[in-house]
Design a protein around this ligand. Structure first.
Ligand code: NAP
Length: 292
């Protein structure tokens, strides 16, 4: 069994991006500038956004963090999105999800200029992704594809089962894995809560990807010998032995599944850091898409 170390791969990418920034500086070109809008005080969202700002600092990107209380109105948030769309100094920005219930997430996502939508959630970018037209790819699935590519994991002709069909992970990943490309060319099954015979489907998977949000859902009896297992799940569970009082767990029962796998991603340190690296790659790409 080989561990796919997402943290190490993301460091490789960040170092490449730092070199790209250095070269842009030497050529007198604009330094990429990423803005992040954070609403409310959800602990997980705060730590994701902080990690994104820290990654910008490490690479040499400029970054701006804009924070609002939970009570911010949809109108104020939409006005901020418009001002970020209009601000020429900002190359890309994200609005960290989830948003409070009184704000329509789709409306906010649709208000973002597709050419600044580095999260890749705007319908235009989703459409471009489906048709394989250049644009921004959603960060988590793109990070998984990059991880597979950099560790030279064979995908052509393999059976890939993805559990979870969210718009940000499972659905786009199913399209990328099925695409006529390398990595890609898989025969994909996209499973969800209404799927029947999930265990049988999983046992037929050469590549099994779990994106559900249920700790330890994938057990050894669902995994074929030699499978590649990618765990997207991140759930905070209470852990009194940790100073912060919690730890992150994945959707895969790592201890029992890992010995059966050819490759497996850990949680933490697998897909999570790749998501951040992907967002950084998209921010650099924003410069190319706009010819800056
Ligand atoms: P989500 O919107 O939370 O939806 C969960 C998906 O899992 C749904 O498609 C649901 O099916 C499916 N599901 C739930 N229970 C199931 C079951 N018993 N059997 C089969 N399918 C089941 O998905 P998400 O936003 O992609 O998040 C999933 C997990 O990934 C979460 O833990 C999240 O924190 C994590 N995540 C991690 C990263 C990262 O960077 N590491 C990024 C994004 C998300 P239905 O559609 O039928 O309801």
């Amino acid at each position: 069994m080989q561990l796919i170390d997402g943290r190490a791969i993301s460091e490789e990418i960040k170092q490449e991006l730092a070199l790209a920034v250095k070269s842009r500086k030497e050529q007198g070109k604009k330094i990429p500038h990423l803005a992040a809008v954070l609403v409310g005080g959800d602990g997980a969202s705060i730590s994701y956004v902080n990690a994104k700002v820290k990654a910008c600092e490490m690479i040499g990107f400029e970054s701006t963090l804009i924070r609002y209380d939970d009570s911010v109105s949809e109108e104020i948030l939409l006005a901020k999105v418009q001002s970020l769309n209009d601000d020429k100094s900002i190359d890309g920005f994200i609005v960290q999800l989830p948003l409070p219930a009184h704000i329509d997430e789709l409306k906010v996502t649709q208000a973002i200029d597709p050419l600044k939508d580095v999260d890749g959630f705007h319908p235009t970018n989703i459409g471009n992704m489906v048709l394989n037209i250049p644009g921004f790819l959603p960060a988590t699935p793109a990070g998984i594809m990059e991880m597979i590519k950099r560790r030279k994991i064979e995908t052509e002709g393999k059976n890939c089962v993805i559990i979870g069909r969210s718009n940000i992970v499972g659905m786009p990943l199913s399209i990328m894995m099925a695409r006529n490309s390398n990595p890609g060319n898989c025969t994909v099954t996209l499973a969800h809560s209404k799927t029947k015979n999930l265990k049988e489907l999983c046992l037929n998977a050469d590549i099994l990807i779990a994106a559900i949000g249920q700790p330890g859902f994938v057990t050894a009896d669902m995994v074929k010998d030699g499978a590649v297992v990618i765990d997207v799940g991140t759930t905070r569970i209470d852990d009194a032995s940790r100073e912060r009082g919690w730890r992150l767990v994945g959707d895969v029962d790592f201890a029992e599944v890992a010995p059966k796998c050819s490759y497996i991603t850990p949680v933490p340190g697998g897909v999570g850091p790749m998501t951040i690296a992907s967002l950084m790659l998209n921010t650099l790409k924003a410069m190319d898409l706009k010819g800056k």
